[in-house]
Design a protein around this ligand. Structure first.
Ligand code: NAD
Length: 296
């Protein structure tokens, strides 16, 4: 079994983004900026924002993080988003989800200027993606999965792909990207009948469920490629905490041909794609003559 190393692969894609940012600067063009909103006191969200800031700094992308407490009036958040929309150097805006429950996530996100949508969460961008617009920004986690497979030269064309999980940010858009690359896609979810039997047909099995270690080898065809998107934090019997995926790594790695670890699999790829999208938006907004080819 070969590990699909997201850390190493993300470092490769980040280095490609860094080269493009360097190219901008050499041409006298200021670096793009990612503006992030961290609202409330969700520990995981704070950690993700830190990781994104660090990754941006590494490739020369500027960051501005709005750290706001959970009592911040909605109008103030919207005003700050509008300010970022108007700032010509900001090309990526993201609001770290989930927001504290009393906020209307959909409403707040709707104020992001679609051309600056770093996550590709907005209906305008998702719509363009589904209609096959080749120039639109793509959602970070699904894009990260596709780039990871590409890096390892795993071709999805004509393969049976099973995706477990149908969220708007992972499962559904990933199914679309797989389909676009000519895979035969089966979507599974909590109401799927005979989940094991369906999953076992897959040449490429993707778990994006949010259930720690639910997928063991009994769901996997021998030799399948397994991509574990899940990030779960569990308490072990000894009281220590562990981050794990939706797959039982020990069990699945015995029969898969390739597999992503958690941590160090899809997570770093998602962050690399936030950087890519921020630069990509900048190039489009400013109509720069920079090719965004980052493939190996
Ligand atoms: P979600 O909670 O929005 O959706 C979960 C999906 O799993 C649903 O479609 C549901 O139908 C399905 N599901 C739930 N229980 C099931 C079961 N018993 N059998 C079959 N299907 C079941 O999830 P999400 O936002 O897509 O996130 C999924 C996981 O991926 C989470 O662990 C999340 O933390 C992780 N995630 C990781 C990254 C990353 O960068 N690695 C990015 C986003 C999400």
């Amino acid at each position: 079994m070969q590990i699909l190393d997201g850390k190493q692969t993300a470092a490769y894609y980040r280095s490609k983004v860094a080269l493009k940012v360097e190219e901008l600067k050499k041409n006298g063009i200021a670096a793009p900026r990612l503006a992030a909103f961290l609202i409330g006191d969700n520990i995981a969200s704070a950690m993700y924002i830190k990781m994104k800031e660090k990754a941006c700094a590494e490739v020369g992308i500027l960051t501005r993080t709005h750290v706001l407490d959970a009592k911040t009036p909605e109008a103030e958040i919207i005003k700050l988003i509008k300010d970022e929309n108007a700032d010509p150097q900001t090309s990526g805006i993201l609001v770290q989800l989930p927001l504290p429950k009393h906020y209307d996530e959909k409403k707040i996100l709707s104020y992001i200027e679609p051309s600056k949508d770093a996550d590709c969460f907005l209906p305008q961008n998702i719509g363009h993606m589904f209609l096959g617009d080749e120039t639109t920004v793509l959602p970070c986690t699904p894009l990260g999965v596709m780039k990871l497979l590409k890096y390892y030269k795993i071709d999805v064309a004509s393969k049976e792909v099973c995706i477990i999980g149908r969220s708007n940010i992972v499962g559904k858009p990933l199914a679309f990207l797989m389909l676009k690359d000519n895979a035969t896609v089966t979507m599974c979810h909590s109401k799927t009948r005979d989940l094991k039997e369906v999953a076992k047909r897959a040449d490429i099995l993707v778990a994006a469920i949010g259930r720690a270690k639910m997928i063991d080898s009994s769901y996997v065809k021998p030799g399948a490629v397994v991509v574990d998107v899940g990030i779960n934090h569990i308490e072990k019997p000894d009281g220590k905490h562990e981050t794990c995926g939706d797959c039982d790594f020990e069990s699945v790695s015995k029969i898969a041909s390739y597999m992503t670890p958690v941590p160090g699999g899809v997570g770093p790829m998602t962050i690399a794609m936030v950087l890519y999208n921020t630069l990509y938006n900048y190039v489009l907004i400013k109509k720069l003559d920079i090719k965004m080819d980052i493939e190996p």
